[in-house]
Design a binder for this molecule. Structure first.
Ligand code: NDP
Length: 413
């Protein structure tokens, strides 16, 4: 067996099933052992409470996409299909935040109940995610939105990777529903729950609040820019399979919230002065990341005829071919933040995540789980993205890499 065959065997036949088993078991272990909270319960099927909570959250998310309103047309796929999204992300964010804050204010016991039933909630998400992924696999095979020629792989790999890029169910875009609505919202709502539970079990703590504020601002920014998210590789490139759908339905609510879950029943160790400093830096990182994503959208929307940092924007006018053979043009920006490093937004993403984790210093490695995972995800994503760009733009991408030689940190990587 040569090296390529060995890699293919590992990639297509071993890695996918191994990751499915490892990750879906691991989230349950984290849910049960990741906290010092007493009275937590877990069962493989969840319980009545967990099905109610997840049911309400899913229904709320679906309703937000059914409400008539502005539509946003995402970028066309290489086969010419144009996905349509509901453009009301920020309203959804505000309505979820306010109604949940009011609920917790009048019924703070809900925070304790959700915290104690958290492993059950994850078990419920796990079942829903696996059933949904199986359905998406079947749908993609037998009645996809658009017929596509896909290289045949093993069933388990196809289940893991997904079949369709833009599947719809119940007249909603599945990726917008699961990633952008359910998953991002449950992330900060759960952090709020743990904060209120911590106030009730221990005492009010500024560092804990700072952490929740940073996450909420970060996700507020995400919803403000939601239509920009429909241009990212998660949406335009990745298929709706276990990797993305299970990841957002289960992995996000579990691993991404582990820091808050770990400390829910603990007195916080970081002092208030450090918390203020973390807040200032955290807000700065969120702003800078927003600015980087904005610069890309701004320059491209203006066809390069605009200024960045008080100077005319510079760029490479790249051409590429679509699947149908048509030649298209696109700008690769070489000034502003995109002239400093090719993925500076990822560097800021890591710093932002670190900022809402630092208030929980002193509680061991568990609280850094998200950051460790994100670092691996981001490095992997850089190489995936660069492979995609190199295949798309060829010599133009090489020229961009020569002009902007570093990926994340100038002079280092
Ligand atoms: P980017 O926003 O960096 O988009 C990458 C794409 O941008 C490339 O594929 C290419 O696409 C285009 N591009 C690359 N270089 C240039 C350039 N110089 N000028 C113009 N366009 C360029 O990455 P993502 O889509 O991955 O991420 C979007 C946001 O989401 C980021 O802020 C990121 O930090 C965040 N994120 C959050 C994660 C989390 O789990 N918390 C995980 C990953 C991302 P094209 O084909 O259009 O040319």
């Amino acid at each position: 067996m040569n090296l390529q065959n060995l890699y293919d065997k590992l990639h297509y036949e071993i890695a996918a099933p191994a990751l499915i088993v490892l990750t879906s078991t691991w989230v349950q272990v984290m849910a049960v052992y990741g906290t010092t909270l007493e009275n937590i319960t877990w069962s493989f099927l969840g319980n009545c409470y967990s099905w109610t909570v997840v049911g309400i959250m899913l229904t709320w998310s679906i309703l937000s996409l059914w409400i008539p309103g502005k539509e946003y047309k995402g970028p066309a796929t290489s086969a010419g299909h144009v996905p349509v999204y509901r453009d009301n992300g920020f309203q959804y964010f505000l309505a979820s935040l306010l109604s949940f804050a009011v609920l917790l204010y009048f019924y703070p016991q809900v925070a304790i109940d959700i915290s104690e039933n958290y492993p059950q909630i994850l078990a419920t998400c796990n079942i829903i995610a696996l059933v949904l992924c199986a359905f998406l696999y079947y749908k993609g095979k037998h009645f996809p939105e658009i017929a596509e020629k896909l290289e045949k792989q093993s069933m388990i790999f196809e289940f893991y990777r997904g079949m369709e890029i833009h599947p719809r169910i119940l007249n909603v875009d599945v990726k917008q529903l699961i990633i952008s609505r359910f998953s991002m919202a449950i992330w900060y709502l759960i952090a709020m729950v743990f904060f209120v539970a911590n106030c009730m079990i221990v005492e009010f703590s500024w560092p804990f609040l700072v952490s929740v504020i940073l996450l909420t601002v970060y996700l507020g920014k995400f919803y403000w820019w939601e239509t920009g998210y429909f241009n990212t590789i998660d949406i335009i490139y990745d298929r709706a399979g276990y990797y993305l759908i299970w990841g957002c339905l289960v992995w996000v609510p579990s691993l991404f919230t582990l820091a808050w879950y770990r400390v829910v029943a603990e007195p916080i160790l970081v002092d208030n002065n450090k918390a203020w400093l973390i807040l200032i830096f955290g807000l700065l990182f969120i702003f800078l990341e927003y600015r980087i994503d904005w610069e890309k959208q701004y320059v491209r929307q203006n066809g390069g005829r605009c200024h960045l940092w008080l100077k005319p924007a510079t760029y490479i006018m790249a051409t590429y071919k679509t699947d149908s053979g048509a030649t298209k043009k696109s700008l690769l920006i070489t000034s502003g933040f995109w002239g400093i490093a090719r993925h500076l937004n990822y560097t800021l993403e890591l710093l932002t995540g670190l900022s809402w984790t630092l208030p929980f210093m002193g509680f061991g490695i568990w609280v850094y789980s998200y950051i460790i995972f994100l670092s691996v995800l981001i490095i992997h994503r850089i190489f995936r993205d660069e492979k995609k760009c190199s295949a798309k733009y060829g010599v133009y991408w090489e020229e961009y890499c020569r002009k902007v030689p570093y990926r994340m940190i100038p002079g280092i990587f």
